[in-house]
Each structure stands twice: as structure tokens, then as C-alpha cells.
Design a protein around this ligand. Structure first.
Ligand SMILES: NC(=O)c1ccc[n+]([C@@H]2O[C@H](COP(=O)([O-])OP(=O)(O)OC[C@H]3O[C@@H](n4cnc5c(N)ncnc54)[C@H](OP(=O)(O)O)[C@@H]3O)[C@@H](O)[C@H]2O)c1
Length: 247
């Protein structure tokens, strides 16, 4: 089960997993776009179904997961990928916009996990995957809502991972850097180590297959971001102000 499968990373994961014989339940709001992806998968003898749902609607996500289970069988892997990005300077702080980002990026992933977790725990197997971001490690310029949402998402799934030890259910948190998708397409600010979609998707798939607990990439940007974690705030602010990834 993949959320946010109508575009970018989610679509890329769907196509690559289908090519390896995986049976897919695809979720996003634009069901007609999902249907085109399903047709593409079926044309190559793959198996996929499209379920239109807004991840903010817990009941709709539960219904979607139930349909996937009834048509394709137990859900082995749930990839919580649906997310939005937003540029927001502190001076223009809009609580409605922050609520939207938190609802989709955090609560949407919570709803997705809740829709599959009880059955996975009962079965004693399964894997939850959260697509977080390197932006979740520390605050970045003009990105308060996005950074906060990814920090919350990472912590949430990390906590689940600890609770689920010895349950048979594993949790993988992925922290990508910049990947070429519609989410990054409109941005003109420099995006260091920007990756092609296929390369990013391949790295995510390998981490999922290996059952990694946590995977941050590309390594160059992940190293810089990790170094930021141990910097004093004054030094961090000086560097972060001069390296805004949003115009
Ligand atoms: N691209 C990057 O550089 C990058 C880096 C780090 C992390 N990420 C994360 O990777 C994930 C995918 O991003 P992307 O770059 O592939 O973006 P994208 O191409 O814009 O795709 C976002 C996907 O999320 C879905 N979505 C958004 N709101 C939704 C909602 N309320 N309910 C259901 N689905 C919803 C969209 O489908 P509908 O509009 O059809 O609903 C779409 O399929 C996001 O969580 C993003 O934060 C991306």
C-alpha cells in the first residue's frame, strides 16, 4: 500500500515495485491519475488497484486499506509517502497553511499506519515505511511548517518502531534529500545534490528491502545535515541563513 502514489516518488515506487512483481494498492486524492498508473502497470502484466482517498480522512484511509486487503490479501508493506511542501517566511505565518501541512504530512501518515497496524500486529509481520526528509533534522529558512512536519513524522514512526520491537512488525524511516519531482519542480533556489527520480526511488527501495530502520541520503547532504545537529544555535543559524533552499 502506497499513499501519494499519483505523482513523483510514490508513482516511481509503484512502477518499480510492480516491475518486480509486487501487488499494489495505490492511494491518492486524484483517483483518475491513479487509474492511469494502474493501467500502465496492468499493461506490463502487473497487479495494482487504485483507491481515491484523502489521507487526512482517517475513515476513508481505513476503507481504502480494507478494500486493498479484500482484493489483494494482507498488506505486507505500507509506505506513508503522501506529503506537500510549502514555502513560508516567518513574517507571513499563516496558521491555516501550517494546519494543512501538519494534517497531510503528519496526521495523514498516522491515519495510514493506523489503517494497517492492528492487522499487522495480529499477523505478527509487516513493515511500515515513512517518507520523511532531511529537512526534519533541524529548522530551515522559510520552511517552518515543512521542517516541523517532517520532524514530527520521523519521531512518531521512530516511537512506533521502539514499541513494535519483537512484534514482527518493522518500521523504516527514510530521509531523502532533494529529488526531481513535481514537489521540487517549481523551485529556483539551489538544491544541492538534486537527484533524478529513478535514482532516489531505487535508493528508497533498497533501504525498504534491507529492512533498514533509518536511511538518510544522498550521503553528502546527510553528512552535512548530521553535522548541523551538533552545532551550537549561533553557528547553525549563520550557516542556515546563508543556505536557503527556498526563494
Ligand atoms: N521531492 C523531494 O525532493 C523530497 C525530498 C524529501 C522528502 N520528500 C517527501 O516525499 C513525499 C513525496 O513527495 P514528491 O516529491 O513525490 O511530491 P509530489 O510529486 O508532489 O507527490 C505528492 C503525492 O502526495 C499526494 N497527496 C498530497 N496530499 C494528499 C492527501 N491529502 N491525501 C492523499 N494523497 C495526497 C499527491 O496526490 P494527490 O494530489 O493526487 O492527492 C501526490 O501523489 C512527500 O512526503 C515529500 O515530503 C520529497
Amino acid at each position: 500500500m502506497i499513499t501519494g502514489a499519483s505523482s513523483g516518488i510514490g508513482k516511481g515506487l509503484a512502477l518499480q515495485i510492480a516491475a518486480r512483481g509486487g501487488r499494489l494498492g495505490l492511494i491518492a486524492r486524484r483517483e483518475e491519475v491513479l487509474q492511469e498508473i494502474v493501467a500502465e502497470i496492468k499493461a506490463k502484466n502487473g497487479t495494482a488497484i487504485a483507491v481515491g482517498a484523502d489521507v487526512c480522512d482517517a475513515a476513508a484511509v481505513q476503507t481504502a486499506a480494507d478494500r486493498i486487503r479484500s482484493e489483494l490479501g494482507p498488506i505486507d508493506i505500507m509506505i506513508a509517502n503522501a506529503g506537500i511542501g510549502v514555502t513560508d517566511h516567518a513574517a507571513n505565518l499563516d496558521p491555516n497553511k501550517v494546519t494543512e501541512v501538519m494534517s497531510i504530512n503528519v496526521l495523514g501518515a498516522v491515519n495510514s499506519a493506523a489503517a494497517v497496524l492492528h492487522e499487522m500486529v495480529e499477523r505478527g509481520s509487516g513493515q511500515l515505511v515513512a517518507i520523511s526528509s532531511l529537512a526534519g533534522y533541524r529548522g530551515l529558512a522559510k520552511s517552518a511548517a515543512y521542517c516541523a512536519s517532517k520532524a514530527a513524522l520521523s519521531s512518531f514512526f521512530e516511537s512506533l518502531r521502539i514499541d513494535l520491537r519483537r512484534s514482527g512488525v518493522t518500521v523504516t524511516v527514510i530521509y531523502p534529500g532533494f529529488i526531481k519531482t513535481p514537489l521540487t519542480a517549481g523551485r529556483h533556489a539551489k538544491m544541492p545534490f538534486l537527484m533524478e527520480l529513478d535514482d532516489g526511488v531505487q535508493k528508497i527501495l533498497t533501504a525498504i528491502e534491507k529492512g533498514k530502520r533509518s536511511y538518510a541520503f544522498p550521503w553528502q547532504l546527510a553528512t552535512v545535515v548530521r553535522a548541523g545537529l551538533i552545532m551550537p544555535a549561533s553557528m547553525y543559524d549563520w550557516i542556515a541563513e546563508r543556505n536557503s533552499f527556498r526563494e
